[in-house]
Design a binder for this molecule. Structure first.
Ligand code: DQA
Length: 147
């Protein structure tokens, strides 16, 4: 039993990147947080971060056969990538979209998500705690669906 934590561009810089918007915790801390939640439910966690659109798509495609669910922060690709949306739509694995910041309080170009219509759920604006919430929600969903 396995979940995938997937993070898009610039999230490798968490901790130093615009701390007033994204806080001071690092990606490593997020991995630990989600890993804890997954482990409590008896799940292993894969994690992958990339600054490259195609690598994120490759990972989504590959996850098809080996994970029960995905926690995904597509970062700026959220707002632009039809290719990532198509990949999420193509796989038969529930994806929870996460944003650390409240994108709806920010610039208008961050208000629209290409990914939301093909996601199983979305968590926005709770800081890195949102990842833990997403993991809980996802596990609940998976157990209900008997995946
Ligand atoms: C983000 C919000 C996006 O608009 C932005 O491009 C990011 C991070 C968030 O987690 O708040 O890189 O996905």
């Amino acid at each position: 039993k396995r979940l995938l934590l997937l993070n898009g561009p610039n999230l490798n810089l968490l901790g130093q990147r615009e701390p007033e918007t994204y806080g001071s915790e690092t990606l490593q801390k997020i991995i630990e947080l989600v890993n804890e939640t997954a482990a409590e439910a008896g799940y292993e966690l894969d994690h992958f971060q990339s600054n490259h659109e195609g690598e994120l798509i490759d990972k989504l495609q590959q996850s098809q056969n080996n994970v029960s669910g995905i926690i995904f922060n597509p970062a700026a690709y959220t707002h632009t990538s039809i290719a990532i949306r198509d990949a999420v739509s193509a796989i038969d694995v529930p994806v929870i979209e996460v944003h650390i910041s409240n994108v709806h309080k920010r610039e208008a170009f961050r208000h629209h998500s290409m990914i939301a219509p093909v996601s199983a759920g979305q968590i926005v604006g709770f800081g890195i705690e949102g990842y833990r919430m997403a993991a809980h929600g996802l596990l609940n969903m998976i157990e209900k669906e008997g995946r």
